[in-house]
Design a protein around this ligand. Structure first.
Ligand code: FAD
Length: 398
């Protein structure tokens, strides 16, 4: 007979994904939920502390487009229950060279095909039309844009707080400064050993520890070929009319070329924001710094000079943050084959928009054995060949 565990669900990590999982587990009647965070709740040592992340339906594969649709619906439920607005629609621009350079990874045609396949409305704009509608941009004839009206930003400072507040309101226990050192799993019970010597048992565990994932996978005999990079984002006071960078005139955007940049209208801080996707150097949690990388900054400034000259000034704020990348940039949403009561979620540095739906899916999988999103999860298996390859080909730009 299985002994009653201390908790039914224990979530490890209270970043974006863990906070969402704690909330969706707490909504289940009679389910005892504990969430453990190694640092202070809301710290900025990981990947989820910011005021804006792009949310969009335009993706390179239909499974992501369908998952994104459920992500919007799930955020809407969180907004309705919390009374907190998380998603701000601004429209979105996938912009860049019309012709695909040989060897450049980002394939705009795949975005067009995926949105068409899933019935997502969008417009194809030539450079002139982009500049006419969004005058902050400077483009040449060789450039074009895909405009999708539902895109926008999700605000982590609001989304994370909403998930945590609601989880607590539904009876979950959220503990900070509670680092898990090791996990053991036997049939029907998972034991978590904390760094403070405590031992806690759970029916099921959800691991949402992003760049720290391998620390807890190792004692369970698992390892993933993850790449951690130190990324940075900067905010600027435009040297032209700031209204050109307001949410009504400056949609979120992604430069669909290498190097790939992305950006936001003014939100949360008094000016527009830009970052380079996978522009940072490889680090570990121990070697990462909070200093601006001047080479990465120079790339951003060169891009701004060329295409968004109104922003090409010294930024008033730069923030560093960690990407944790799988080699194919696909998520991991799966139970450990050897430990079916231990579930892992990894967002491969593009999951904030999916945070609430991925938290929900983890709970559906852990408590119901499957999720309505199963058709979208096939590519996220932990035992896919590339994750078992010790030196996989890495394709980070999608
Ligand atoms: C610069 C930047 C820009 C991004 N832009 C976008 C975007 O535009 N759109 C988008 O959708 N996504 C974007 N992302 C990705 C997105 O932010 C991440 O995928 C998401 O935030 C990951 O959340 P997480 O909860 O998995 O990770 P984290 O926030 O890193 O949380 C992991 C948590 O686990 C805790 N933890 C680790 N080990 C332990 C332990 N042993 N015991 C207890 N707790 C532990 C950590 O302290 C941490 O709080 C961006 C990310 C970055 C860095």
């Amino acid at each position: 007979m299985t002994r009653r565990t201390d908790w039914d669900v224990v979530v490890v990590g209270l970043g974006a994904l863990g906070s969402a999982a704690a909330y969706w587990a707490s909504r289940r009647d009679g389910v005892r939920v504990l969430a453990l965070e190694r640092f202070e709740i809301g710290h900025s040592f990981g990947a989820s502390q910011d005021v804006s992340r792009i949310i969009r339906l335009s993706y390179h594969r239909p499974d992501y487009v369908r998952l994104a649709k459920r992500a919007y619906a799930t955020w809407a439920e969180v907004e309705a229950e919390s009374g907190t607005r998380v998603v701000f629609r601004t429209g979105g621009l996938d912009v860049g060279p019309r012709e695909k350079d040989h060897g450049v990874e980002i394939d705009l045609d795949a975005y067009v095909a995926s949105m068409r396949a899933e019935g997502v409305p969008f417009e194809t704009l030539d450079a002139g039309e982009v500049m006419r509608r969004f005058p902050a941009w400077r483009l040449g004839e060789q450039h074009m844009g895909l405009f999708q009206p539902d895109a926008g930003l999700a605000d982590p400072s609001r989304g994370n707080a909403a998930h945590r507040d609601l989880a607590t309101r539904h009876g979950a226990t959220l503990r900070e400064h509670a680092a898990v050192a090791r996990i053991e799993s036997t049939a029907g019970e998972v034991a978590l050993h904390l760094e403070n010597g405590e031992r806690i048992t759970a029916g099921t565990v959800i691991l949402a520890t992003d760049s720290w994932a391998n620390d807890l996978l190792a004692p369970l005999g698992a390892h993933l070929p993850l790449t951690i990079t130190q990324e940075q984002v900067s905010w600027f006071t435009p040297r032209v009319d700031p209204a050109l960078f307001g949410p009504d005139r400056f949609p979120v955007w992604i430069w669909m070329h290498e190097p790939s940049f992305y950006g936001f209208p003014t939100h949360g801080h008094p000016g527009p924001k830009i970052g380079q996707d996978v522009g940072g150097r490889e680090v570990t949690n121990a070697t990462r710094t909070y200093e601006r990388d001047e080479d990465a900054h120079a790339r951003v400034m060169a891009f701004l000079e060329a295409h968004l000259p109104g922003m090409a000034v010294e930024p008033f704020l730069t923030k560093t943050c960690l990407y944790t990348l799988t080699p194919d940039r696909d998520f991991v949403v799966d139970a450990l084959p050897e430990h079916p009561d231990v579930h892992l979620v990894l967002g491969s540095a593009h999951a904030y928009k999916f945070a609430s739906v991925l938290g929900r899916i983890m709970v559906e999988r852990a408590l119901d054995g499957s999720s309505p999103s199963e058709p979208e999860l096939g590519a996220f298996r932990i035992d896919r060949p590339i994750l078992r390859d010790s030196s996989p080909v890495r394709t980070f730009l999608i």
